[in-house]
Ligand binder design. Structure first.
Ligand SMILES: Nc1ncnc2c1ncn2[C@@H]1O[C@H](COP(=O)(O)OP(=O)(O)O)[C@@H](O)[C@H]1O
Ligand SMILES: N[C@@H](CCC(=O)OP(=O)(O)O)C(=O)O
Length: 373
């Protein structure tokens, strides 16, 4: 048995593969079984936030399309058509249990701006105070690449600190993480408990085998890292198991459970820098700077060899190695224009180059988060 007594608020993310049948139509019977379990969890006193995929698949069902279109504008249209249909089904089914729900559609830039993030957090907390279940999805109709999260595994992981939940459960069409994709390797073994998502674990993850899923296991493991780095837990369970959610929350050994016990816990600010904000540019640093940064020292201009993008002082930027590996992410003390002039120079030369010097460091160690894996 696992001990889940600390879990008072759970985010349940339901993937498209658990909402639709093989023909791509929303499967009300399957959705009902999930809602039934959510109603039981709520009766037990748990707070529940729902993240639901399925808008595009639902739109395909409404228009009787058998294949997902490639054109972005068509996917945007399907999301608009399908999201309304999806919410109608949620409302009908939740009402059978005298539960009410609310729709929230988000994009990445809602996480980027602190003020918007606070507004989101207040709105969510009021919805929960009204004892209504928030149902969240990406705003796929308006999401263009720069502002897109791209998948709901990541979106739900980013939400965990905002709603102050302790556990994220990803409901999928598979029992959990295997050491290879079980749809293509029949010898693949299910892994039950994972204390750290390291490179070895990441290498088990492959893409989705279904045309309805987005990201397969890759995005699920990324979500586990985001959640674990905040000190939260994550689990993957199979939506086809009619008691999966109840069993999991009772501590039964089902699915894959990512406790993050062997990892780190970032402060709220560092977690925001690393995951929830989107970087505005990048600097490429030499091997010496890469090594130094790994021991968590400040980034000095001498180690910077290239500057990409246009950003202002105070922006969040990526620090990359020559090989393109993400070494760290942090808040820059200098704009991209200033960095182009002082890169490859000693800090004591900054003043003579710029005619002013506010800082010796480009990114101070306190504002720098090292990428671990
Ligand atoms: N190592 C793995 N273990 C389990 N499933 C895997 C693995 N690698 C890839 N997958 C694929 O990931 C799928 C689940 O992700 P996805 O189709 O995106 O579902 P969802 O709609 O629930 O997000 C599985 O059905 C399987 O095809
Ligand atoms: N936002 C999209 C789903 C994106 C997504 O992550 O899908 P999935 O892998 O099925 O959870 C939609 O509603 O169709």
């Amino acid at each position: 048995m696992r001990n889940l007594e600390h879990v008072k608020h759970v985010i349940i993310k339901i993937g498209s593969t658990s909402l639709c049948n093989e023909d791509g139509q929303l499967d009300k019977e399957r959705i009902l079984k999930l809602i039934q379990q959510i109603a039981i969890l709520k009766r037990k006193g748990l707070k529940v936030t729902l993240v639901s995929s399925g808008a595009i698949s639902s739109g395909m069902g409404v228009l009787n399309l058998s294949e997902k279109p490639k054109e972005i504008s068509k996917k945007q249209a399907l999301a608009a058509i399908g999201q309304a249909h999806l919410m109608q089904i949620y409302e009908d089914l939740f009402s059978l249990f005298h539960l009410k729900c609310a729709q929230i559609l988000l994009n990445h830039d809602d996480f980027d701006h602190r003020k918007r993030l606070m507004n989101l957090s207040y709105a969510l907390s009021s919805i929960l105070d009204y004892d209504v279940i928030p149902i969240i999805n990406e705003n796929d109709t308006l999401a263009v690449d720069e502002i897109k999260v791209g998948d709901n595994d990541t979106l739900s992981a980013l939400l965990l600190p905002i709603v102050d939940a302790q556990l994220l459960v990803l409901v999928s069409d598979i029992d959990g993480l295997y050491n290879d994709n079980p749809h293509t390797n029949s010898n693949a073994k299910l892994l039950s408990d994972i204390e750290l998502v390291d490179d070895k674990i990441m290498n088990y993850a492959k893409d989705s085998s279904s045309q309805f899923g987005t990201g397969g296991m890759v995005t699920k493991l990324r979500a586990a890292k985001i959640v674990n780095d905040y000190g939260g837990d994550m689990a993957i369970v199979n939506g086809n198991n009619e008691t999966a959610l109840i069993d999991l929350l009772e501590g039964k050994q089902i699915g894959t459970y990512f406790s993050g016990k062997a990892g780190r816990t970032l402060s709220a600010r560092d977690h925001w820098i690393m995951y929830r904000s989107s970087p505005k540019g990048k600097v490429i640093v030499d091997d010496g700077a890469c090594e130094a940064l790994k021991t968590h020292t400040s980034l000095l201009p001498k180690g910077i060899k290239e500057v990409e993008g246009s950003f202002m002082q105070g922006s969040i930027i990526d620090v990359l190695s020559f090989k393109g590996q993400l070494i760290a992410r942090g808040i820059t003390n200098y704009s991209s224009d200033e960095l182009k002039l002082i890169k490859d120079h000693h800090s004591n030369e900054i003043e003579s180059i710029l005619h002013y010097k506010d800082y010796d460091e480009v990114i101070h160690a306190d504002n720098l988060v090292i990428n671990k894996g």
